[in-house]
Design a protein around this ligand. Structure first.
Ligand code: GLY
Length: 255
């Protein structure tokens, strides 16, 4: 299988990003761009064709493209981000996905951030976060039912998005922070505990057989490697200051 990874150049306004659970700290923009370039190369090394969208100088969080679209094999859902400051990010993602997928949309007043959507087989678990409203989650369910997908809302606490708290790292295996989401929400899936000293360790990007993973979580990375998982560490320190992580910086489109 081939894959396209849609990314976006880091906004020069990244320092003015939305922050929900992290304190504001100075972002080194040059370092952010360099780390982003390494992240894109890691995607290429994992077999992706990277398509980078242009910078959006007026949208500080626009590098976090994951929040603008949910791409499935049959259809792409263009979201309506929960943060007003992010609504102007979606149109260029819709253009990028034209020709790759049928496009459907979340409409007002619903809101949905792609970072809240975890696809596990034919079920989409959606974080009932401050960004994704009950109306947005219900719309997602209605849009995807004709394609045979089930949408399940999941309570979470202490983090921005569902994928801050849980991601898939192996066949049947979920890397999970039990303080932020309850493993019992995902019946039939084996929870893999993060290292307790690394609360942000549950966000991993599985691409084919590889797992792109933050260098800031070395203890959990070691534990994953001991399980035989092909962990590819990337330094995302500047994105982490902006409350972003490895899944946030790309939209993966299987082709
Ligand atoms: N700074 C990432 C977000 O709030 O969407």
């Amino acid at each position: 299988m081939t894959r396209i990874a849609i990314t976006r150049a880091v906004s020069r306004a990244l320092q003015r990003c939305e922050l929900t659970h992290r304190p504001r700290r100075p972002v080194d923009l040059a370092l952010a761009c360099s780390q982003h370039a390494t992240y894109e190369q890691t995607l290429r090394d994992a077999g992706c064709e990277v398509r980078q969208l242009p910078e959006q100088p007026d949208h500080p969080d626009s590098v976090f493209v994951e929040d603008t679209a949910v791409v499935l094999d049959e259809v792409a859902v263009i979201t309506r981000p929960g943060a007003q400051s992010r609504r102007g990010e979606v149109e260029s993602m819709a253009v990028a996905l034209e020709g790759l997928r049928e496009i459907v949309r979340i409409d007002p007043p619903g809101t949905l951030d792609g970072g809240d959507v975890l696809q596990l087989d034919r079920t989409l678990y959606v974080g009932a976060s401050a960004r994704s409203s009950a109306e947005g989650i219900a719309q997602l369910g209605r849009l995807l039912a004709p394609f045979g997908y089930r949408v399940v809302a999941v309570p979470l606490q202490g983090c921005l998005h569902l994928k801050s708290a849980v991601t898939q790292v192996a066949p049947g295996g979920l890397l999970l922070n039990p303080g932020w989401v309850d493993a019992r929400c995902f019946p039939g899936w084996e929870p893999i505990a993060i290292d307790a000293a690394e609360p942000h360790a549950a966000n991993a990007l599985r691409v084919g057989g590889a797992v792109i993973y933050p260098a800031s979580c070395p203890r959990t990375a070691d534990a994953l490697r001991k399980l035989g998982i092909d962990v590819r560490s990337v330094d995302m320190s500047e994105m982490e200051k902006a409350e972003g992580a490895v899944t946030c910086c790309s939209v993966i489109v299987p082709t």
